[in-house]
Design a protein around this ligand. Structure first.
Ligand SMILES: [Zn+2]
Length: 246
């Protein structure tokens, strides 16, 4: 089976052209979202750096096997039953070993999570991110890749060995191919192409979000109210390395 290589245009890669219109329509068609937007964006609960520090601290506790700090109590559930204000959007892989709330000790109502195999952001994923930013006032977006990612590994095999996949799985790896191609071109003295591609894939997704022309995200980014950072989770140590902080 021959695969048509996707364009490396970042906006097209993230489907941002379609998304811009979709997100704008979603916001405009819902007075409730517009009202929430004004309320939450006027008084952000945390700065992007405070949100990042909270994630770093949560991961430190996770690595140290400390008592779970995640608040999943009845009291907390009732506190947020009618509204939410998550402090971070997590774009992560569907892999069963990388549940964001576990890695950061996140409780109910704290993380707004978008997950696909290979932590790719498609149109629906971007719409979800835009909703968190515009309607919930979330100040931080984290794109989280991880060690030994099966989706990136499959994409790498396809590029290097021209291996074949069933069409449904090809849909999973196709958006990752530009990152693998970039990784192969910049491998240098590194020996682990898959791991380099995992980092590159995170960088691609981060860059696509940072460079979006969609004002719902572009304006708070420019104003410093929102940050997009890239991170890598080590399956062996449990540590999350925020290697791309912009
Ligand atoms: Zn993965």
């Amino acid at each position: 089976m021959k695969i048509e290589m996707p364009t490396t245009d970042r906006r097209t890669m993230l489907g941002l052209t379609a998304l811009t219109a979709g997100a704008a329509i979603a916001a405009a068609s819902s007075p409730a979202i517009a009202a929430d937007d004004a309320k939450t964006m006027a008084k952000p609960a945390m700065t992007p750096d405070q949100a990042l520090a909270k994630l770093i601290d949560g991961n430190r506790r996770f690595v140290a096997d400390q008592i779970p700090v995640a608040d999943i109590s009845t009291k907390r559930r009732l506190e947020i039953a009618k509204s939410q204000a998550p402090f971070a959007v997590l774009v992560g892989c569907a892999d069963s070993r990388v549940g964001p709330e576990h890695l950061f000790g996140g409780g109910l109502g704290e993380l707004f999570i978008v997950r696909t195999a290979g932590n790719y952001v498609d149109d629906a994923g971007y719409g979800s991110i835009a909703y968190a930013i515009a309607a919930l006032g979330t100040p931080l977006i984290v794109v989280l890749g991880h060690e030994r990612c099966g989706a990136v590994d499959a994409a790498t095999k396809l590029v290097t060995n021209n291996s074949q996949l069933p069409p449904s799985l090809t849909r999973m790896v196709k958006p990752i191919l530009p990152a693998v191609i970039d990784a192969r071109a910049t491998l240098g003295t590194k020996t682990d192409l898959v791991d380099h591609a995992i980092h590159m894939n995170v960088r691609h997704v981060v860059r696509g979000l940072r460079e979006t022309s969609d004002p719902i995200l572009a304006e708070p980014l420019k104003a410093g109210k929102v940050k997009v950072v890239g991170a890598y989770y080590d399956l062996d140590t449990g540590e999350v390395d925020f290697f791309d902080r912009g």
